[in-house]
Design a protein around this ligand. Structure first.
Ligand code: NDP
Length: 345
């Protein structure tokens, strides 16, 4: 398939995608958001990246989630997005929600990791430069930092908004307790946190204990990342490990696909087929069943995967029996690689 040089977004792009308000704020996000952690670095053809981004926007995916360190190499996902942005999406900037983050390791030296004002402000400027943007719609502190006072980090987020670099701010992988503290400070400064970005899927249910309630009480939306458990909750691994998959390419721990987990994937796949869905679609529908969830944040390495995932929007609601059957298999399976960051403060 060849793609026209000049992109014109599909006129029907707003016909099927639901948009949810992020907590009690005015910001609406699509039920499904596309993330650029993997699949958008310099190791992937720019044409494929362009196809995926165009297909997403054509289906009402208005939100694209990035971070300073996405690649490889770090920063290249933002650069590639910036190229495609300039060529394809510039006329549509006002219809897009583009996010970036800083907090995880970006560069050596004292200012390339953590939650200091120095790192967050410099990194936001660098992200804007790479993407060729005047502002991001959402800027996140990417992970808790035990070495920086939370007051400093939240004040830096407030500054990013006041200086016009970001419209909204949020946090990622914060515990319920730290979320409450951060939101109290943010409110006092006059820039409440709009959104929390935690990991959440059928194999990683930590946010159900307390964080869902915390965010609802604090007026924050939740965008659930790795809703497909990095591809485990799809048909990708049903018949072995493909060489071009995230697991096959050693971009995810091989410990994540033990025998019990594979048995659970197979059982869940059967339930999905009975519902007339693919497993990926059921995994997304399942994340979105909770009213606290604003958006399911997924990745896709091809247009085919993206389209499969968007099919989740056509799903029938779950019956109590189906949810009970899913619960037998949807248990924590040791795949939350962000747990250490959450518990570090
Ligand atoms: P997913 O759990 O959605 O996994 C995406 C991967 O699953 C794809 O790259 C692909 O893997 C596979 N896949 C997707 N759809 C299908 C399908 N229909 N059929 C078969 N395989 C499929 O999400 P990610 O882990 O990629 O994370 C999503 C986004 O969340 C990131 O891009 C990022 O924006 C955000 N994120 C945020 C973090 C944070 O700390 N705040 C941490 C991690 C992610 P394959 O390559 O094998 O084809």
């Amino acid at each position: 398939m060849t793609y026209p040089d000049i992109y014109r977004a599909d006129d029907n792009r707003y016909n099927t995608m639901p948009y949810h308000r992020s907590g009690s704020t005015g910001l609406k996000l699509p039920a499904i958001t596309l993330g650029l952690w993997h699949n958008f670095g310099d190791d992937r053809p720019l044409d494929t990246q362009r196809e995926i981004l165009r297909a997403a926007f054509d289906r009402g995916v208005t939100h694209f989630d990035l971070a300073n360190n996405y690649g490889p190499p770090q920063g290249s996902a933002e650069e590639n997005f910036g190229r495609i942005m300039a060529k394809d999406f510039a006329p549509y900037r006002d219809e897009m929600i583009i996010s970036s983050k800083a907090g995880w390791y970006m560069q050596d030296g004292p200012y390339g990791f953590g939650g200091s004002r120095k790192y967050l402000v410099a990194s936001c400027d660098a992200s804007l430069h790479r993407m060729g943007l005047d502002y991001v719609d959402i800027f996140y502190h990417h992970r808790p930092d035990p070495d920086t006072p939370i007051e400093e980090t939240v004040a830096a987020l407030d500054f990013l908004v006041r200086s016009g670099r970001a419209l909204y701010v949020g946090v990622s992988s914060y515990s319920p307790e730290l979320t409450r503290r951060a939101q109290a400070i943010a409110r006092e400064l006059g820039t409440p946190l709009t959104i929390h970005q935690p990991s959440y899927s059928m194999f990683n249910r930590w946010i159900e204990d307390e964080l869902l309630d915390t965010c609802a009480n604090e007026g924050m939306g939740i965008i659930a990342f790795s809703a497909l458990a990095q591809g485990l909750l799809t048909d990708r691994y049903l018949d072995g490990v493909p060489a071009d998959s995230r697991l096959g390419a050693h971009k995810m721990s091989s410990d994540f696909l033990g025998e019990d987990t594979l048995a659970a994937i197979r059982a869940l796949n059967e339930i999905a087929l009975r519902r007339g869905q693919s497993l990926a679609q059921m995994a997304i529908s399942w994340v979105l069943r909770r009213p606290e969830i604003t958006s399911a944040l997924i990745g896709a390495s091809s247009v085919k995967q993206l389209e499969d995932n968007l099919g989740a929007l056509e799903a029938a609601p779950f019956s109590d029996e189906e949810l009970a059957e899913i619960d037998k298999w949807a248990i924590d399976r040791g795949i939350n690689q962000w747990k250490g960051a959450t518990e570090s403060v």
